[in-house]
Design a binder for this molecule. Sequence first.
Ligand SMILES: NC(=O)c1ccc[n+]([C@@H]2O[C@H](COP(=O)([O-])OP(=O)(O)OC[C@H]3O[C@@H](n4cnc5c(N)ncnc54)[C@H](O)[C@@H]3O)[C@@H](O)[C@H]2O)c1
Ligand SMILES: [Zn+2]
Length: 385
Amino acid sequence: MTYRFQIPLTFQHRVVFERDVFAITNPVLDELLASSEAGTSRVYVFVEEGLSEILPELSQRVEQKLISLPQLKFCGLDFLPGGEACKIDDRVYQKACDAIAGAGIDRHSYVFAVGGGAFLDAIGFAAATVHRGVRLVRFPTTTLSQDDSGVGVKSGINKYGKKNFMGAFAVPYAVVNDFAFLHSQPESVRLDGLVEAVKVALVKDGEFFEWLEENLLRIASFEKEALEQAVERSAVLHATHIAESGDPFESGSSRPLDFGHWAAHKLEQISDFELSHARAVSIGLALDCLYSVHKGLLAADDGERILKLLEGLGLPLWSEHLDARESDGRRTVYAGLEEFREHLGGRLTILLLRSPGQGEEVHEMCEELLEFCLQELQQRVCTLA
Ligand SMILES: NC(=O)c1ccc[n+]([C@@H]2O[C@H](COP(=O)([O-])OP(=O)(O)OC[C@H]3O[C@@H](n4cnc5c(N)ncnc54)[C@H](O)[C@@H]3O)[C@@H](O)[C@H]2O)c1
Ligand SMILES: [Zn+2]
């Protein structure tokens, strides 16, 4: 006998945009965090280590704020290393699990994670696995983590040399995008993270793409308001896709938010993670845009606009790591296609572009055409240099 059950699940995905959320007078956290049925909820905080130098008063502000909230019991704060290194080995994940266990955090308690996308991925994985999931509140501190990764429902670490090989899907309790963090980033990192805003505009919202083009000068000259507007619009597009696409946990074959990522993830790995995710994505986008042009899907003018926008943000279109080859002479990056398919399962599905804002899925990629596109990208970069 086979019984079939439907298990309906709905989640609330709370995404807040705010400034100075840890200021003692700021009401956002008070309103966001409920007390547990048992009374106060325990909260443990992880802050990315590098932030202690950039923002030396941060941990004290966080602690004072949490102590001031009657519904919470502050149980401690740890600094742990961030950046891609914290996903490459599992020590940060392990330390976070130890601390969560030691602080008696349960499923009605909160884990706060304050840091960049890599840090949020590692701490988020710990929060998703201890007790099979405790309440995670993310405080993304980089452009990329605010405009994309922080508002998503994934966490993970790298394993066997592969990006995000281990991880979990879990909707965070809340995401608090505190704009104040954006402006302490080094200028290049601050702009690099907008690559995910370009990506989501390309696959979801042609008007946003035009807005990015029109506001490029404001953004590139670090006008705060322009950066914040771009971040918020991108985050909302990402969260809307997750909430409304019907496949938040990616069980199908289609993954439009990973446009350009098959090459990007492989390039990060080939470079031994010296190439950042953001810069690798820029190269991946450039490649798949050019491929869309030469496949006859995307108008050449539109392809050129996209490359110009990436260049205008100071993002790369080429990396020497694209030249890495296997013993048979095949470019190593091409293995990214099979790894991308395997990570998702099912049939290879790659999103290409018809126009800025409109994608089209294909199920195979021609290496000869990719070769042609790569040579064109390399020539473009050589000519400009
Ligand atoms: N989970 C997801 O859905 C998802 C989606 C996209 C990307 N990602 C992951 O996100 C990671 C990239 O995130 P990222 O671009 O934030 O890089 P990152 O986390 O590596 O941070 C970049 C650098 O900025 C520093 N930093 C962080 N906040 C700062 C601040 N406010 N001021 C100054 N410096 C600061 C960090 O210490 C680090 O050196 C990758 O591992 C990528 O795979 C995950
Ligand atoms: Zn990405």
